[in-house]
Structure formats: structure tokens, C-alpha cells
Design a protein around this ligand. Structure first.
Ligand code: CP
Length: 317
């Protein structure tokens, strides 16, 4: 297995099975710190830089919380309009990150342009973590989802996944890449105009992923062990910010997980994941059913980022 020390986490396409399992082992080891709401001094000499060019609640704050739990420091920006990248100068990724590498020891970034974190990583000597890039990937979210399934089911292999939502969405691409390393058939359910881009279809085939595509979750939910949901009513992820305008459409029933659908058609022990934020694709009355695990994902997201940061900074091998 390659060392994580000094490594960029840009995509799950290049992650090997053993590497997923190592991240989850370290997450288990560090979880008691977060469970006990303690901060330790494992990374007391290190600083995390957050460079977010798109809004985020979970990804930025989970990385920051993870660093603080491990005793590190945090600096950065949550809105590029307060930087020279967001004003008259439109400062380039290269020029910005050539500075950021001196402000800390690991950088997590979110950007509206696909490939921006990869471009950033070319110019810096510290590890870069992709916190979501346009319609590209969202590796730390899917690491969180897989870790959640491991905790809830005791295994990842052998489970049948159904993913519902916009297949242009970055989480879906990281999910497909990740599941190439596990024995998990995957069914992708989306509106036709939000179907999987050819680039990822080819990648998944090349990775021997057992996947099919459909357009109605009601037809496939009965076989699912894991149901992963994303919105089909959502902003344009290629923009730095997309404000809500006018009337917001409702999610069609083909892409909606209701309590009634779960009660009448889902397996009794299926696990329902949603990375959040949501629109109406999972109504609030599903929250306190036995299927939902999205609040658990919130905790696991901190623990998993603790593991990842500790690994890329060489505090864990
Ligand atoms: N799941 C997720 O990426 O959430 P944020 O957009 O709030 O970071």
C-alpha cells in the first residue's frame, strides 16, 4: 500500500481497496476522541488551511473540527469574494495556492471548476484535499458514506447500492470510483437530462463496476441494502454561488424517498444516506425512521476527516 504521508486526496479513482480500509481503521482508532468531545495534541504543531470558493456547511466545518480535535490550528477563507481571487484581480489558482502553502501544512479546497484542486496541487508542496470540485468529485463525502455503511452494516462487500439523484453530481462520481474496489452492484436512478456523463460511464466500466442505470427508484428500492440520495432540484455546481430564484420545483416521485415508500417497498434493514443539504427528496418525517443514517454521517464525517488529515500529515502511517 502506498503511504498517505504527503499525499493529495483529489479523487477516489486512484484509491486502492486496502487504502480505503486503512482510512477506516484509523478513523476507528481516532473516533473515541470525538465521541468523548475531547481535543488531543496529535497535530498540535500543524495548521490546516481551508480555501472554499463555493458555499459549504459540512465539508469545511467537518475538516476544521477534525483538525481542532487533533490539536491543530485552522486558518482560511469560506468565501473567495474576500480574497483577491474574488475581486478585480481574479487571482489565479497558481498564484493563490503558491501563497497558501506557506500559511499551513495541509489545504482543503472546494471550487466551482472541475479539476481546480488538481491544478492547485501542482503548485504546492503540502497535501491538497478536494472538498468538492464543480461537477467533478467529492472524495471525502464518499469516504464518509462508506465508513458509515461499514459502521452500520459491519461490511461494505456484498451490499446492493441504489443511488438516486443528479448523476452529474460530484458525489456520484466518487461513489462509482469507490465501489469499483468493493463487491457492490450499483443502480443509478436519475432524470434523463441528469444522467451519468459518458466520461464516468467509461471509467466505471474500466473499473469493472457492476452498474445499471434507471429512471424510477420505486422500481428498484426493494433490492437495495443502501439507498444514497442526492437532490434533483439543486443549484448549478459550476457557479461560485447560485441563489434561489422564483418558485422552486418539487422533486418528482421517481426520485423521492418517502416514509410510505420505505414502509411498503424497502428492505427492513436498508440504510438511507444523504450527504445533505436536501430539498424535498427526503421529507422530514423520514428522519426518525430506522432507515435514516444521515445524522450519523455528520459525526462520521468528522472522524473520517480526522483520519485523513492525520494520515496525509504523517501522524499515522
Ligand atoms: N455534503 C456536503 O458536501 O455538504 P456541504 O455542501 O455543506 O459541505
Amino acid at each position: 500500500m502506498r503511504s498517505f504521508s504527503g499525499r493529495d486526496i483529489l479523487s477516489l479513482k486512484d484509491f486502492e481497496r486496502r487504502e480505503f480500509l486503512r482510512v477506516f481503521e484509523v478513523a476507528d482508532e481516532l473516533a473515541p476522541i470525538a465521541h468523548n468531545r475531547k481535543n488531543v495534541d496529535l497535530l498540535k504543531e500543524k495548521t490546516l488551511v481551508t480555501a472554499f470558493y463555493q458555499p459549504s456547511t459540512r465539508t469545511r466545518l467537518a475538516h476544521e473540527s477534525a483538525m481542532l480535535r487533533l490539536g491543530g490550528k485552522v486558518t482560511g477563507f469560506a468565501d473567495a469574494t474576500v480574497t483577491r481571487a474574488g475581486d478585480f484581480y481574479q487571482e489565479s489558482i497558481k498564484d493563490t495556492f503558491k501563497m497558501l502553502e506557506h500559511y499551513g501544512d495541509v489545504i482543503v479546497t472546494r471550487h466551482f471548476q472541475k479539476g481546480a484542486p488538481h491544478e492547485a496541487a501542482k503548485w504546492v508542496s503540502v497535501p491538497v484535499i478536494n472538498g468538492g470540485d464543480g461537477w467533478g468529485e467529492h472524495p471525502t463525502q464518499i469516504l464518509t458514506d462508506l465508513y458509515t455503511i461499514l459502521k452500520e452494516k459491519g461490511t461494505i462487500d456484498g451490499l446492493n447500492w441504489v443511488a438516486v439523484g443528479d448523476m452529474r453530481m460530484r458525489t456520484m462520481h466518487s461513489l462509482g470510483h469507490a465501489l469499483t474496489q468493493f463487491d457492490c452492484p450499483l443502480t443509478l436512478i436519475s432524470p434523463e437530462d441528469m444522467s451519468l456523463p459518458d466520461e464516468y460511464r467509461e471509467d466505471f466500466k474500466a473499473g469493472s463496476l457492476d452498474f445499471t442505470e434507471g429512471d424510477d427508484v420505486r422500481e428498484v428500492i426493494a433490492d437495495a441494502d443502501v439507498i444514497l440520495v442526492e437532490p434533483v432540484v439543486q443549484p448549478d455546481y459550476t457557479k461560485s454561488r447560485d441563489e434561489r430564484k422564483g418558485e422552486v420545483p418539487q422533486t418528482p416521485p421517481e426520485f423521492k424517498i418517502t416514509k410510505e415508500l420505505l414502509e411498503t417497498k424497502a428492505k427492513s434493514d436498508a440504510v438511507l444516506l444523504h450527504s445533505l443539504p436536501r430539498m424535498d427528496e427526503i421529507p422530514p418525517d423520514v428522519d426518525h425512521t430506522r432507515w435514516s443514517r444521515y445524522w450519523e454521517e455528520g459525526f462520521n464525517g468528522v472522524v473520517m476527516r480526522m483520519a485523513l488529515i492525520a494520515l496525509v500529515l504523517g501522524a499515522k502511517e
